[in-house]
Design a protein around this ligand. Structure first.
Ligand SMILES: NC(=O)c1ccc[n+]([C@@H]2O[C@H](COP(=O)([O-])OP(=O)(O)OC[C@H]3O[C@@H](n4cnc5c(N)ncnc54)[C@H](O)[C@@H]3O)[C@@H](O)[C@H]2O)c1
Length: 409
């Protein structure tokens, strides 16, 4: 019986990898899978809530692990700039993949990985776990059923704080690139990636087409290479616009709202807490339940026709188009002086942009960029039009594929 359990390996076993180990441990105990290997270039310590079961081999090189442990499924939770080469090796070894977000960092990398998925016939699930939320599913159903009328815009607003310790957590923290490859550890592509992805999923349900233009303003309050505050608008070739107004230098905490503007009403999803408000409802209510991406991948392997992946690579093409624009954009504007307050000492120091919450809220309500509002410090937006061949397209299930060119290639 144990021979039939899918053999699972985890690459990147400390850091966020511990979160995966905590979820793999009970599935291993229950006989749902068999954890066969952990891989990390750093020492892997046992954790009380994520024990390393007997017989699990620990490797420092994922290729050696693939040869020796022959896993059926590999979870990849390494820094973003390492994702593509490791993912390609996993697929070439014949294993299915759960790849952490951001899956890849350019449209070209997305295309390379999509081609490998198609050629090998393996599954690639991306670690956008909020896509498995029951609250999102209810919102998507309401949008598809026309309960909001025609959806005219989707916006996300989030106001977080990150301290100096956060930017010292890893060599790639706050960096635009690492080891010569994009890493993009900014607000939009890393901590608030889920906010952007949720909006794009709603846009697809509302009949949104391919992204045709991306407008972007990026700001920073510290000597980092990426944004800690950003204003983004994605125009699709049909359907609603998508706006993101986010900061890691916020005043009051806003966990992350996805606001859907429709001709018959407005919906709000607070995605980190899975609380939802549909038109006519008095406030946010909890919609508990998330389908685990790993369990969904195991179910999909067992019965692909009946169980679609929740977060297939193909669904993340729009997100990666945003990441590509972030990489191509000029360096973020450094804010300072009276505009930015610093509080706390040493690693606990945080920064706050005065008036930021009001500005972000207004951007989300008006589907505007900060530079289109009376925000004196706003930068000129970086604007990029996506060439037709680079545009991913989405169907109403939210599955993104690359647009076929007229010549069929
Ligand atoms: N889904 C989420 O909500 C969520 C949350 C946090 C992080 N993440 C993602 O998880 C990934 C890892 O983030 P992190 O914060 O744990 O990073 P990290 O740098 O703290 O940890 C990554 C781990 O990978 C190891 N590693 C690096 N290169 C390796 C290689 N070539 N082979 C094997 N191991 C290697 C490192 O030693 C480290 O233990 C990132 O893509 C990040 O965006 C996702």
């Amino acid at each position: 019986m144990s021979g039939q359990r899918p053999r699972v390996a985890l690459v990147g076993a400390t850091g966020h990898g511990l979160w995966h180990r905590r979820r793999i441990a009970p599935l291993h105990e229950a006989g749902r899978l068999r954890l066969v290997a952990l891989v990390d270039v750093r020492p892997v310590e046992p954790a009380p809530d994520a024990p390393v079961p007997d017989g699990v081999e620990v490797f420092t090189d994922h290729r050696e692990m693939l040869r020796a442990a022959r896993p059926d499924v590999v979870v990849v939770c390494t820094p973003p700039h390492t994702h593509l080469p490791i993912a390609l090796d996993v697929l070439a070894a014949g294993a299915d993949l759960l790849l952490e977000k951001p899956p890849v960092l350019s449209v070209a990398e997305h295309r390379t990985l999509s081609a490998a998925v198609a050629e090998t016939g393996r599954a690639c699930q991306v670690g956008f776990q909020a896509l498995g939320s029951a609250a999102l599913a209810e919102l998507l159903a309401a949008v598809r059923d026309g309960r909001l009328g025609t959806v005219t815009g989707i916006a996300t607003v989030a106001s977080w704080q990150r301290d100096d310790a956060y930017y010292g957590r890893a060599p790639w923290a706050g960096r635009r690139s690492a080891d010569g490859r994009p890493v993009l550890d900014g607000a939009l592509v890393n901590p608030l990636a889920h906010a952007v992805m949720q909006c794009l999923a709603v846009a697809a349900a509302a009949g949104g087409g391919a992204p045709v233009a991306i407008e972007l303003e990026r700001y920073r309050t510290r000597p980092i290479e990426v944004d800690d505050t950003a204003s983004l608008r994605v125009t699709l070739d049909e359907g609603p616009v998508v706006v993101a107004a986010v900061t890691l230098a916020g005043e009051e905490f806003i966990p992350g709202e996805v606001i859907v503007h429709g001709t018959r009403g407005r919906a709000v999803l607070e995605y980190p807490t899975d609380r939802l408000m549909l038109p006519g409802e008095p406030g946010l209510r909890e919609v508990p339940g998330r389908v685990s991406l790993l369990e969904n991948l195991l179910d999909h392997r067992a019965d692909p026709a009946r169980v679609p992946l929740i977060a297939p690579l193909s669904r993340t093409g729009g997100f990666t188009a945003v990441a590509g624009a972030v990489h191509a954009a000029p360096e973020p504007l450094l804010l300072g002086g009276d505009l930015v307050a610093a509080t706390g000492e040493g690693p606990a120091r945080v920064t706050t942009i005065r008036g930021i919450n009001g500005a972000l809220r207004r951007a989300a309500e008006e589907l505007a960029l900060l530079s289109e509002l009376p925000v004196g410090w706003a930068a000129r937006p970086y604007r990029v039009a996506l060439p037709v061949a680079d545009r991913p397209v989405a169907d109403r299930t939210g599955t993104w594929t690359r647009r076929m060119r007229c010549d069929g290639k």
